[in-house]
Design a protein around this ligand. Structure first.
Ligand code: FAD
Length: 443
């Protein structure tokens, strides 16, 4: 293949995947990243000498392409992540449920999990079995999209199951509340987890920080394969000139640079502003509504350890209880013993509170549900809110393809068309798809 010059804008998981695939196939790639740290919305952050993530992430065994790309750049997913069976476990004695899939082949893992689940009445269990039978019969697909709430009504789900299982799963997976979330995308995600093989349904918790987990290794791979990485280089505009694209770059005193082909792997709003001068209709199609995610880190004495790596929490905003999941990072990395990460997805309401009020509320919630007064007094805290964490995954949402109307310009990112909501897997798949289109354009 003729060596060609490809620019990729953005070193998130989409841009890094595109870079690795292109470099692997012999293309000359330059990867521009505005920030100093690679990884985008799944990246490492440093706070007061501590290494954290911009937000707690869970991957699934079903993330086929993500796991493949990790291996491609020398990361062993089995070492880098803690693999847990599919579960929804509330702290004991809080009136929640305890659902955990045993190590059995599909679909028995699910069946046995339902039968054994604690905290559910027979009506709840029947309702859960009904859901999974109907969804399996539909092959986890929905022709006419509707809200998740409407789907739960159609499937006659009990109120308790909706509150303890479907609502938290929907918010965690789609970052959109069930009254506004797409039932089609929700079913698809469930099909790849609840409805799939036991391995696919496993939950994977990173032991490494999120930049180490893939983006840093992807960049090392790129550089080993004759590519270039430019951190701290914000692409401000694209200009077409003599069948080439010139990128105007801010930061790092970099001169503008020209490329034959470009993949824009930035978040949708940045792609929108880069494309607006060239195709206003295309730019308009990149307008999304976004949902925030807040992660509250609370540091306790290193001796404090929850009985398992993570728990679901019943959030009751009316009672000042905001946490939806708590992760004990000490289970993942001994150096983080005593650090809890409490996740609040679709957090626009929680964001109205001051940091101190939110921290107090979350610490009191932990102390109450785990019946441990020590949890009310963390020694150190940090709140990280990503205001545009994901697009709101609403019914019938139109998402752009990787193709654009501009010659030799492609899009990559979690927001492009695909079966998944905004996730690491959708970003990786999109990066790979864009790289395939670039490669096809060279022949
Ligand atoms: C708090 C939080 C929790 C999440 N939890 C999960 C989870 O549990 N599981 C899961 O699968 N997904 C989760 N997600 C979603 C997942 O992180 C994203 O879907 C994914 O990281 C998006 O990757 P991307 O490459 O498409 O975009 P991005 O990560 O946004 O990458 C775009 C990159 O482009 C760079 N950039 C922007 N403008 C420019 C410019 N002008 N020039 C050069 N570079 C530029 C950015 O700095 C960034 O590095 C979560 C997201 C957040 C924020």
């Amino acid at each position: 293949m003729k060596k060609t010059q490809v620019a990729i804008v953005g070193a998130g998981w989409a841009g890094c995947s595109a870079a690795v695939e292109l470099a692997r196939r012999g293309a000359r790639v330059t990867l521009f990243e505005a920030s100093r740290t690679a990884g985008g919305r799944a990246r490492r952050v440093e706070h007061a000498g501590r290494t954290l993530d911009n937000g707690q992430h869970i991957l699934l065994g079903a993330y086929r392409d993500t796991l493949h790309m990790m291996r491609q750049v020398g990361i062993d997913p089995a070492r880098a992540m803690l693999r847990l069976p599919l579960q929804m476990r509330y702290p004991p004695g809080t009136g929640g449920m305890d659902f955990i899939a045993p190590r059995l082949p599909a679909p028995f893992h699910l069946l046995v999990a339902v039968l054994r689940a604690k905290g559910l009445s027979s009506a709840d269990k029947l309702s859960l079995a009904r859901f999974s039978t109907a969804a399996r019969w539909m092959d986890w697909q929905l022709d006419i999209d509707c809200s998740v709430d409407a789907l739960l009504d159609q499937f006659d789900q009990t109120e308790r199951l909706a509150q303890l299982m479907w609502r938290p799963l929907c918010i965690a997976a789609l970052n959109t509340p069930p009254e506004r979330a797409s039932a089609r995308v929700f079913l698809r995600v469930l099909g790849d987890s609840l409805g799939a093989t036991r391995n696919a349904s496993d939950m994977l918790l990173p032991k490494e920080d999120l930049s180490t987990l893939f983006p840093d290794a992807a960049i090392a791979y790129l550089e080993k394969h004759h590519g270039h990485y430019q951190p701290g280089a914000r692409v401000r505009s694209l200009q077409a000139m003599n069948r080439q694209w010139t990128l105007e770059i801010e930061g790092n005193d970099l001169p503008s640079a020209s490329f034959e082909r470009i993949i824009i792997a930035s978040p949708a709003p940045v792609a929108q502003s880069l494309l607006a001068p060239h195709d206003s209709a295309l730019a308009a199609s990149l307008q999304f509504e976004h949902e925030p995610i807040t992660t509250c880190y609370l540091q306790y004495d290193a001796g404090i350890r929850l009985a398992q790596p993570f728990y679901a929490l019943a959030d009751q905003p009316a009672d000042n209880q905001w946490g939806q999941f708590v992760f004990d990072r000490g289970w993942l990395d001994e150096a983080q013993a005593g650090t809890m990460a409490v996740v609040i997805s679709a957090s626009s309401e929680a964001m109205q509170l001051s940091h101190q009020s939110l921290i107090n509320a979350v610490a009191n919630q932990l102390a109450a549900v785990f019946r441990d007064p020590a949890l009310a007094s963390p020694v150190w805290t940090q709140i990280i809110t990503e205001k545009r964490a994901t697009f709101a995954c609403t019914p019938d949402l139109q998402r752009p393809t990787n193709q654009t109307s501009l010659p030799n310009v492609w899009l990559a990112g979690d927001y492009t068309a695909g079966p998944y909501p905004a996730t690491i897997e959708s970003a990786v798949r999109s990066g790979l798809a864009a790289a395939q289109l670039v490669l096809a354009s060279m022949h």
